[in-house]
Ligand binder design. Sequence first.
Ligand code: NAP
Length: 260
Amino acid sequence: MRILILGGTREARALATLISGDGRFDALLSLAGRTANPAALPVPVRSGGFGGADGLARFLKEGGFAAVIDATHPFAANISANAVAAAQETGLPLGSLVREPWREVEGDRWTTVGDVRAAAEVLDSNPRRVFLTVGRQELGAFAAAPQHSYIARTIDPPSDTALPPDFTLIQARPPFDVGAETAFLSEKRIDVLVSKNSGGEETYAKIAAARALGLPVVMVARPHKPVGVTLTSAADAMSWLEGLSGSHAPPSPSISRRGV
Ligand code: NAP
């Protein structure tokens, strides 16, 4: 059974690892191609956009795929909308592997905002030392608050965009641990952390470190991400695929929505 995994996440990697050892499935993992040197994966990989929902639908038909798993990042909403539309067009079953968001717990000092631009707006009017962990694509939003001193951490360098004047880049790849994050925030005398609510364990250490130090966090809420059948883990996705492979014909083209 040929499966397309839309990836770029730890969950996609976990599913690829499970599926690679299972002879019933022939999986291809798709990356957007944003990361210059993606880590090796245990299944074949293709890279780059499909050309919208129609392009994805064409790719699915021409490639003889029987199901799609959308395991993209919670902030990657466009590819998920395309996956839902392409699943409808092709009649293929679509499973969406969406990790849980982080929840505020006692001791957290979060200000939740709707997007990265709003995060730049809610920063203090006085100069602050700000740690940015919002990826590399939207760092230009902080040029609107040039009074602050920024340290941003990304995997690849920022895209060619106007950055704030006092800006330092650190390139690093998760996972990160709480001890190192706490030491980093202290040594760099960070006043406020800006984060996307990505969820997951690999990057949660900075949130725990901010809590331990009593630092405020500007938390960017998730965008609306269209989904197919909601799957909660790589193991759950495997069970769903096993259910599909056990039936002689693919299930009906309808997409059930169990919510994000
Ligand atoms: P996006 O806004 O949802 O997607 C923009 C376009 O990139 C899509 O329309 C599609 O192009 C292409 N694309 C995205 N994911 C793809 C995939 N897995 N395979 C092939 N094409 C893909 O996504 P984004 O926020 O730019 O994120 C890009 C990728 O990085 C995602 O795969 C995501 O899992 C990963 N990622 C994103 C974040 C984040 O904060 N956004 C964080 C970590 C990892 P076409 O329309 O031409 O098909």
